[in-house]
Design a binder for this molecule. Structure first.
Ligand SMILES: Nc1ncnc2c(CN3C[C@H](CSc4cnccn4)[C@@H](O)C3)c[nH]c12
Length: 228
């Protein structure tokens, strides 16, 4: 089985590469892909670069060019739910694009014809994450994640996203990865560790907690890989 492990930033996959140790590096379509054999599983690892377009390209490449049959995303996110604090983990049950807007034609935010507002993550992988959470003694929240091409550092925007999509966290890549995997029929799982509260202090909090939160998410994802 070939398993994709994806992040958006180098800091989000660095802990994964460290864990697998040896890997083959391939430059392809403006990105770098790392292939490793890990406990009998062929891994393809990459960070996409920031945003929905780059993450779409990388998720598609991992599935179509490297033959990934499942995709796990590990990274950080901004919290919307007040229950989510820095370092907490959230598993996406479904994802939406908060900056997709053709409401001028009467459609709901996040919707375009022949699309859907939400894309649901793979239930088996979510169930596996629940097992890992118990084994690790970690409380992992499940919720809706909203994705958009903006770093949100504004209480008003954050609250609008929360109310409009009933979202618990926000980031910049998950929903595009979801659309790709759903279209290609590749089971996917999006895990994020909170780095900030998407408010006026977000960039400072992000800078301070990116690394530790990225490790939190990566360690959890690798525990899931160990059980696949
Ligand atoms: N508040 C927030 N809003 C939107 N997204 C996020 C995230 C998740 N990632 C981190 C990174 C921020 S942009 C970036 C640009 N330059 C340096 C670092 N990050 C982008 O890949 C999305 C964490 N907090 C978020």
């Amino acid at each position: 089985m070939t398993l994709a492990i994806m992040g958006a930033m180098s800091e989000e996959i660095a802990p994964i590469l460290e864990r697998v140790g040896e890997y083959k590096t391939t430059a392809y379509a403006g990105n770098t892909y790392y292939e490793a054999s890990y406990k009998g599983i062929n891994l393809v690892i990459a960070y996409s670069k920031i945003g929905k377009v780059f993450s779409t390209l990388t998720a598609t490449t991992m599935c179509e060019h490297f033959g990934a049959q499942k995709l796990l995303f590990s990274g950080v996110a901004g919290a919307i739910s007040p229950k989510l604090k820095v370092g907490d983990l959230i598993v996406a049950t479904k994802l939406a694009q908060h900056d997709l807007d053709i409401t001028a034609f009467g459609h709901p935010f996040g919707y375009v014809p022949e699309g859907s507002v939400y894309v649901e993550a793979d239930k088996e992988l979510i169930a596996l994450s629940k097992e890992v959470a118990v084994e690790m003694g970690k409380s992992v929240q499940e919720g809706i994640i909203a994705t958009g091409d903006q770093f949100v550092a504004d209480e008003k925007r954050k609250n609008w996203i929360g109310e409009t999509f009933k979202a618990d966290a926000l980031e910049m890549e998950g929903a595009s990865v979801a659309v790709v995997c759903d279209a290609l029929d590749v089971p996917f799982f999006i895990l994020r560790a909170i780095s900030d509260a998407a408010d006026m202090d977000a960039s400072f909090s992000f800078d301070e907690f990116l690394e530790t939160s990225a490790v939190e998410s990566a360690e959890f994802v690798m525990k899931m890989v160990d059980k696949l």
